[in-house]
Design a protein around this ligand. Structure first.
Ligand SMILES: [Zn+2]
Length: 329
């Protein structure tokens, strides 16, 4: 089999140190204009004493670790570029590191570096608040309208078409906040059949947040309506229910269950009525019923909330009694 071809130069231009550090969940703090320091993440690092030996320049896209034992374990190499970092982390060759980065880029596992954006942002990835907001978002883009969102709703959620630079370019962006209302990420929805359907920044942990939870908390309702997706949230909100939040998928994580239990007394599950949604409803129902009261909305088979009219959503939610019901599936 011929060796897989990889254009090192083009991969290097697309992947920044910031991106790979975020991917490996490495946290650093700023110590100079272009110097960030922290604990060395490399497997070659054995010294427990050198807690601050790893440093990175984001403008030059290089790193180094000054620990003598770490340098010795790396055959005398003090530091290097993005490829050298991945090679050390994965214990593979430089070429293999470049290949892996190239594949990750092709599969959109890493966001490409944003040219001209020199300020390092979310390189530490405990869903830390973003230090920027995207500008020039078109809330009245034809895709937004085609999904049935009013301009008012799009503006309320900050949703719209983004024409700027970076990995969200040409997508409809959806701001995601943590439970305190701090902006932690943007999701980018393709406006055509492009894959992936949604793009999220590398290192972002969607299982640590619920979309729109901060607004649901602000509504001061005791009941949370839990849906799967962004557009289910928008539609439920438009139908007059601000106390709605989304899993951003069909799987409920332990952290998400904990968040719901912290802020609400009751939860109404309104997940998609497809196979994945039904399985998710059963699993989430079991997990949540040990911490709060759970009710279930039954959608017609094969449908999901974002396809429903406001009246249909209200009918489903209005038909609930206040007792805990077992899933009727
Ligand atoms: Zn080290």
């Amino acid at each position: 089999m011929p060796a897989e071809w990889v254009d090192l130069k083009s991969v290097k231009a697309k992947v920044s140190m910031e991106t790979v550090l975020s991917h490996y969940d490495v946290r650093l703090r700023r110590v100079g204009v272009d110097e960030f320091r922290g604990k060395c993440p490399l497997p070659t690092h054995s010294s427990a004493r050198s807690k601050d030996s790893f440093s990175v320049s984001f403008t030059r896209n290089v790193w180094s670790c000054q620990s003598a034992s770490c340098i010795a374990a790396r055959a005398g190499r003090v530091g290097g570029n993005v490829f050298a970092f991945v090679a050390e982390m994965e214990r593979c060759s430089i070429r293999e590191a470049a290949l892996r980065l190239d594949r990750s880029l092709a599969e959109n596992l890493l966001p490409p570096a944003t040219p001209g954006d020199n300020e390092p942002v979310s390189y530490a990835s405990e869903n830390r608040p973003l230090s920027f907001t995207l500008r020039n978002i078109d809330h009245q883009h034809s895709y937004v309208i085609s999904r049935g969102l009013s301009a008012q709703t799009a503006r309320h959620f900050g949703v719209g078409y983004y024409d700027g630079n970076g990995f969200l370019r040409g997508r409809v962006v959806i701001p995601i906040h943590n439970e305190h209302g701090e902006l932690v990420a943007y999701s980018g929805r393709a406006i055509d059949a492009a894959e992936p359907k949604y793009r999220l920044p590398a290192g972002f942990r969607k299982s640590h947040v619920l979309f729109n939870l901060h607004r649901a908390i602000e509504s001061r309702e005791q009941t949370l309506i839990l849906v799967e997706g962004f557009f289910d949230t928008f539609k439920t909100h438009e139908a007059g229910h601000p106390n709605v939040a989304a899993l951003m998928g069909s799987k409920l994580s332990d952290r998400q269950a904990e968040l719901i239990g912290t802020y609400f007394d009751q939860v109404i599950l309104m997940l998609d009525a497809d196979e994945a949604g039904k399985a998710a409803t059963a699993a989430a129902g079991t997990a949540l019923s040990s911490i709060l009261s759970v009710q279930f909305v039954e959608l017609a088979s094969g449908t999901q909330p974002d396809q429903l009219a406001a009246e249909e959503i209200n009918q489903l939610l209005g038909g609930l009694d206040h007792d805990v019901r077992a899933p009727g599936r």
